[in-house]
Design a binder for this molecule. Structure first.
Ligand code: AQP
Length: 343
């Protein structure tokens, strides 16, 4: 879509969310959490545990609340500071659901039908997928725009959804003759770690819902488990190449090099400059050391934070109040722009 004629001129704000669908892994850390922690130093940040998104596929009511606390604990253990960033649960702020409905009426079926994540998650049996799973990216647009967020740190898998959020914002602004009302949010995706792949299959992204625990490094894994999983990661018998061109078609190898680069804050090429010609017998232990150094302190901190659920609940209650204070006036304006009675 074309750029808006009147651009948004409000303040910059960061929003992102994580689903309470299981324990977080290295992909969630590198694609999202690590960026959240950096951004809280420079931006007004809002981070959300997106339980409304989680129920687009079946969830056990007995574990949903527990998983919500666990993700919040992971936010805190990774270094988010609830005094600076707003940390809360999506279902505690009604603006998300209300704006999602409004955006359902701005989004177009054709836009949603192109979403590859729906195709992947619904699988062959689309008829049985929930309407919520289909409309998932519309709720995501509502999450972001209920706060007029301008920047969204996410992994590469969310790029298409972010483009849709921009389309929805632009369509709303145009349809309701409210130029520049909603910003067109920018994804913050760049850099190594934006797409961490499964350790068992370098063509599939590392995911919480993968049945094999060996496919991912969990933030809770201890040093031995991490080393064992990296040792078992699927690669090939060739030594590492001299340039990134040589990683083409070697998905497992490319994934491990990418993880190394992300953790060492360097580039894939710089990693190859150091390890070209060396086999995985040398590279995997070096990578394991780096992962252990980055992840095990978070795991230890997680244990400490998880031991105090009352503190986690307080963080979430305070965060919900702060989130409502930002979203409520924006929703008042939305209702007025649409022309709802009493607005
Ligand atoms: N493999 C990944 N590499 C880089 N970033 C990733 N993210 C997820 N997987 C990777 C990013 O983590 C953030 C939170 O993701 P989410 O939990 O809300 O949903 P998801 O993308 O569906 O993550 P999973 O692990 O694959 O969960 P399940 O299995 O429940 O669907 C997002 O910014 C995402 O980009």
């Amino acid at each position: 879509m074309s750029e808006p004629s009147i651009p948004y001129t409000g303040p910059e704000r960061v929003f992102s969310g994580v689903q309470p669908t299981g324990a977080l892994h290295l992909g969630n850390y590198l694609g999202a959490l690590k960026k959240f922690v950096t951004l809280q130093d420079t931006h007004d940040c809002i981070f959300c545990v997106v339980d409304l998104h989680a129920i687009t596929v079946p969830q056990d009511p007995k574990t949903l609340g527990h998983n919500t606390r666990k993700i919040t604990a992971a936010f805190l253990a990774a270094g988010l500071d609830p005094k600076r960033a707003v940390i809360f649960v999506q279902s505690a702020v009604r603006a998300h659901s209300e704006l999602a409905w409004i955006f359902n009426c701005s989004a177009r079926m054709g836009w949603l039908e192109r979403m590859t994540q729906f195709k992947d998650k619904a699988g062959k049996d689309k008829e049985r997928a929930s309407v919520g799973l289909f409309a998932y990216p519309v709720l995501q647009a509502a999450d972001i725009l209920a706060y007029k967020a301008t920047h969204v740190p996410v992994g590469e898998d969310q790029k298409q959804h972010l483009e849709l959020s921009r389309d929805i914002a632009e369509r709303f602004n145009r349809d309701y003759n409210a130029p520049g009302f909603f910003p067109l949010p920018e994804p913050l995706i760049k850099g190594p770690g934006a797409r961490v792949m499964s350790l068992k299959d370098g063509t599939k992204k590392m995911s919480k819902s993968d049945l094999s625990d060996l496919s991912r490094i969990n933030l809770e894994d201890d040093a031995d488990t991490i080393s064992r999983k990296i040792k078992k990661a699927r690669t090939d018998p060739e030594p590492l190449p001299e340039s990134t061109d040589g990683l083409k078609g070697r998905d497992g190898a490319a994934n491990l090099v990418g993880i190394y680069a992300a953790l060492a804050d360097t580039t894939d090429q710089a990693v190859l400059d150091e390890y070209a010609g060396k086999g995985f017998g040398v590279f995997k232990p070096a990578l394991a050391e780096l992962v252990v150094q980055a992840i095990t302190p978070i795991g230890q901190e997680l244990e400490r934070v998880n031991a105090d659920p009352a503190h986690i609940d307080k963080v979430l209650a305070d965060g919900a109040q702060r989130a409502r204070a930002i979203a409520d006036p924006i929703m008042d304006d939305v209702r007025h722009i649409i022309g709802f009675w009493g607005s």
